[in-house]
Design a protein. Structure first.
Length: 115
């Protein structure tokens, strides 16, 4: 988050101390675990998606940049679209088998989950 983000300081009262540094309660991102230590679950879901199926990858521990890179790898290898939301990778369509195969070849530990 930027140092000049005024929305995080809305409740602050003006300080006359010239050395005052405002601190937010922002938690640092966790370090990305190596691929062999990741426990990923691959789900097939269609809830709140108009009946269309999507493949979800959950359980990634690490920085959001690394999660985005993994999502980009999966989307290009599957040849479909998708996104990253709330720590989950969303791949359009039923590609569970292909995603599990790609993750296993990349060194990740993963399992199919759900129905």
């Amino acid at each position: 988050m930027a140092d000049n983000d005024w929305k995080s300081r809305l409740g602050m009262v003006y300080s006359t101390n010239p050395d005052f540094q405002y601190r937010t309660d922002e938690e640092p991102e966790p370090e990305t675990l190596p691929a062999a230590q990741q426990e990923l679950r691959v789900w097939l879901d269609r809830k709140q998606r108009g009946g269309k199926q999507v493949t979800l990858v959950r359980g990634f521990v690490g920085r959001s940049d690394d999660l985005e890179a993994l999502a980009r790898l999966l989307k290009t290898r599957c040849g479909v679209g998708g996104s990253v939301k709330e720590g989950e990778i969303i791949i359009q369509g039923d590609h569970r088998d292909r995603v599990v195969d790609i993750l296993l070849r990349s060194g990740y530990r993963c399992k199919k989950a759900g129905s």
